[in-house]
Design a protein around this ligand. Structure first.
Ligand code: SF4
Ligand code: SF4
Length: 160
């Protein structure tokens, strides 16, 4: 069955949701204009959380773009309380021998560590998390800038 070019905002992102990292509707509109002829279905989500509505729609798309956070920890500001380590859903954060460490390959870009840190030692910068939904090609990439995201999508669709 032929796929149609669809870019849909599954949720409204930071326009209404405190967890949203990007403006999903604005991005979906740009994708529609840019990839009108492409045979791909792209779902746009405000953040990596699986809230009810977004979770139900997930299977409709070939590619998923979520807002996400690139986090960094200021070692000097960290008081080693362990709150971020306990809340991190992927085990990317570790507190060993008094040192906090972040394993970037495991990070899901959810930004929870930034929200729970009591001394604001974690900084989070918004960006775009791209996930392929096909069984044979599951992969995840994070882009800080919209230009990088579009460049990568162009490559994915064989336009570069
Ligand atoms: S952004 Fe989320 S997954 Fe990444 S280190 Fe922080 S809590 Fe863990
Ligand atoms: S929550 Fe903040 S202060 Fe506590 S260990 Fe994590 S970065 Fe350090």
């Amino acid at each position: 069955m032929a796929k149609h070019a669809v870019s849909s905002a599954v949720c409204q992102g930071n326009a209404i949701c405190p967890a949203g990292c990007i403006d999903s509707c604005a991005l979906a509109q740009k994708l529609k204009l840019r990839y009108d002829a492409a045979e791909i279905r792209i779902g746009v989500y405000g953040c990596p959380n699986s809230c009810l509505r977004a979770g139900r729609c997930r299977k409709q798309f070939d590619l998923k773009i979520c807002g996400g956070q690139e986090v960094d920890i200021d070692d000097a500001a960290c008081i080693r309380c362990g709150a971020c380590v306990r809340k991190c859903p992927s085990g990317a954060l570790k507190l060993r021998e008094g040192n906090i460490s972040l394993e970037r390959e495991k990070c899901l870009h959810c930004g929870i560590c930034e929200r729970v840190c009591p001394v604001c030692a974690v900084t989070a910068k918004p960006g775009y998390l791209v996930q392929s939904e096909s069984e044979e090609n599951r992969r995840m990439q994070f882009f800080r800038q919209e230009e990088e995201l579009f460049y990568s999508l162009d490559q994915y669709l064989g336009r570069r």
